[in-house]
Design a protein around this ligand. Structure first.
Ligand SMILES: C[S@@+](CC[C@H](N)C(=O)[O-])C[C@H]1O[C@@H](n2cnc3c(N)ncnc32)[C@H](O)[C@@H]1O
Length: 217
């Protein structure tokens, strides 16, 4: 059976067990990875951050500790179950809010955020949708703000260690396999972004890519 084209929209049942499943699949490393990625974002007190496809809100709980009470975090997602888990997880933080919003549709934000973050979401969209998501991030950022993409790095699936290849083809979608060959920097450049920096994880198979909205865009 050929894999689904996209698996990024997660049903309620799968969403309920999402954190546990990811923890199992990553041998307990998923939460740690998210925490380290957030550390690498250089978040400062008072900053505002938009999280596209915020899932169960883990990232947002890590980020809010960095922005402190003077900053704000807005998480966008389309899954009721994910939104409900995220709201519950971050209930102690009044400056973290979650909204139901399709991120490939126009976002209601213009030059409002210091940072936009998207983690393990972008690979699940068709290229035309990726362009719209990137455009939405660009519009939402203040000039000089940064866009962070935590996702698969470019690599040759055929050449990686068999168990990882097996897990990838078993669990991931067709679009994720295509993402491994995609020149995402070129796509970001085409939407106005510049200055790339990257941090690699899991032997270079995962990447936190940072790019900046120029001040004179
Ligand atoms: C693989 S999960 C990643 C969750 C989280 N970012 C993380 O790193 O743990 C993908 C998330 O994207 C959300 N999602 C899928 N399609 C979406 C869309 N079109 N608009 C907004 N969110 C979407 C899903 O509901 C899910 O919460």
């Amino acid at each position: 059976m050929s894999p689904a084209r996209s698996k990024v929209e997660i049903g309620d049942r799968a969403a309920r067990y999402y954190d546990r499943f990811l923890s199992l699949l990553s041998l307990g490393q998923y939460s740690h990875l998210l925490k380290v990625a957030v550390e690498k974002m250089g978040i400062k007190p008072g900053e505002s951050i938009l999280d596209l496809g915020s899932g169960t809100g883990k990232n947002d709980c890590f980020m809010v500790k960095k922005v402190d009470s003077g900053g704000k975090i807005v998480g966008l997602d389309i899954s009721d179950e994910m939104l409900s888990q995220a709201r519950k997880r971050c209930r102690r933080y009044p400056n973290v809010t979650f909204k139901e919003q399709r991120i490939e549709l126009p976002l209601p934000y213009k030059e409002e955020f210091n940072k936009v973050f998207i983690s393990f979401v972008l690979h699940g969209f068709e290229d035309s949708q990726k362009l719209r998501i990137i455009h939405g991030a660009f519009q939402a950022l203040k000039p000089g703000g940064a866009f962070y993409i935590l996702d698969y790095n470019e690599f040759n699936l055929e050449k990686i260690w068999f168990p990882i290849r097996w897990a990838f083809t078993r669990w991931e979608c067709q679009l994720a396999a295509e993402f491994l060959k995609l020149n995402i920097k070129e796509m970001l450049r085409g939407q106005g972004f510049a200055d790339f920096e990257e941090e690699l994880f899991f032997k270079g198979h995962l990447r936190l890519l940072k790019t900046v909205k120029p001040t004179a865009a």
